[in-house]
Write a protein that binds this ligand. Sequence first.
Ligand code: CTP
Ligand code: MG
Length: 229
Amino acid sequence: MEPWTIILPAAGSGLRFGGDVPKQYRHLRGISLISYSVRTALSMPEVGHVIIAINPEHRAMCEHALSSQHLQSDRVLIVEGGTERQQSIHAALQHAVISDSSLVFVHDAVRPFATFDLYRRVGLAAMEHGAAIPGLAVRDTIKSVFDGGIVEATLPRSVLRAVQTPQCFRAGVLRSAYAHAAELGITATDDASLVEAIGIPVLCVEGDERNIKVTTPLDLLIAEAFLAV
Ligand code: CTP
Ligand code: MG
């Protein structure tokens, strides 16, 4: 089996979280969020390289976060991200360590609780199907709402899934999807959408309720609560 590559987009500025330090470098029990993600990625024997896309202005913060947790390694590669998440991943995908037939996972650096089990579940599904993502049934009723606040429609809850990362793809599939998106100017909030756009089926497997994305300060409190139990 070819080694897996894990791409960790970490070039964002965390506008919704706010504050001076971008959220991926904020601490949870004294350890930066990004270090949790890198540590889990490196702990998996299947993983060859971890490619982190960063804002070059954050390089010193990133290197400090890694070195303070002894996570600097020749398996960890740092590339320059872009102004949108999609551009950051596109940049990482160009790296020569990734062969087209290998599996690539894209995982938000700010989801500190992705487990080995979750990676395996998504990875095994992608090995078989070419593309797989974790998703959870939604609890709330979801409606689409017009600009002025008037409800347009109520979506059928039973078919809806709130999707997470890690999302996993055969590298050649993901590269084709990104090339196609760049050519047509398609933008999306997750990687699977770009793969769907080239007509490749994406399998949705069970996600993990603890695998939250730290988006606002409240999420960091929730993450702290998870560590307390
Ligand atoms: N990301 C990235 N490059 C960007 C924007 C986002 O690599 N130009 C990364 C973030 O660093 C994060 C992940 O994509 O690890 C998920 O994005 P999100 O939660 O939206 O983070 P931010 O974009 O930083 O936050 P916000 O949207 O609130 O500004
Ligand atoms: Mg964002």
